[in-house]
Design a protein around this ligand. Structure first.
Ligand code: PRP
Length: 178
């Protein structure tokens, strides 16, 4: 059986995550009530957050997915953004809410929102689970953020290290001494 060591330090517990995501979902439900938003999961990292967030939004909504890649398997951003899977429905005239796990350099969300804005959505906003503002390399600010996080290598709740640890229920830190 394959085994791997779980990163030890919990940065944000599953209980704290659940409370904050619930609160964010309720706030978004009020913002988007009556608008039937298209809530878009930015694969793969946002899948866990997205699943919790939409179940906390007690309004009619539709879902879609998009995939963009900026890191590959490295731990630092290459600066290149590729849309590897486009949204497969039209967004013209729709209220679009992109759901992202983390905004780091900001390149992925800047590139994606600029590309999608050209299709004429009624509104376009970004909800990020985590925001690592200290790493920002381009001018981008998510509209809604659950947690501002420090510049540490964090995994869990959808976030990976070379593809692993996305299934950890807490947000944990890799590679620090604590
Ligand atoms: C990660 C993360 C964001 C992006 C953030 O995606 O999910 O999409 O990097 O970095 P940036 O702000 O510097 O652009 P990744 O390419 O690792 O794909 P994943 O969602 O499949 O993990």
């Amino acid at each position: 059986m394959m085994m791997y060591a779980t990163p030890e330090r919990v940065l944000i517990s599953r209980e704290e995550i659940a409370a904050k995501v619930k609160e964010t979902a309720a706030m978004l439900a009020e913002k988007y009530r009556g608008k039937k938003p298209l809530v878009v999961c930015v694969l793969n990292g946002a899948a866990v957050f997205f699943a919790d967030l939409i179940r906390g939004m007690d309004i009619p909504l539709e879902v879609a997915t998009v995939a963009a890649s900026s890191y590959g398997d490295a731990t630092t951003s290459s600066g290149e953004v590729r849309v590897t899977k486009d949204i497969d429905v039209g967004i013209k005239g729709r209220h679009v809410l992109l759901v992202e796990d983390i905004v780091d350099s900001g390149r992925t969300m800047k590139a994606l929102t600029e590309a999608l804005a050209e299709r004429g959505p009624a509104s376009l906003a970004v909800c990020a689970f985590a925001d690592k503002q200290s790493r920002r390399a381009v001018d981008f600010k998510p509209d809604y953020v659950c947690f501002e996080v420090p510049d540490l290598f964090i995994v869990g709740y959808g976030l990976d290290c070379a593809g692993l640890y996305r299934n950890l229920p807490d947000l944990r830190v890799i590679g620090d001494a604590k």
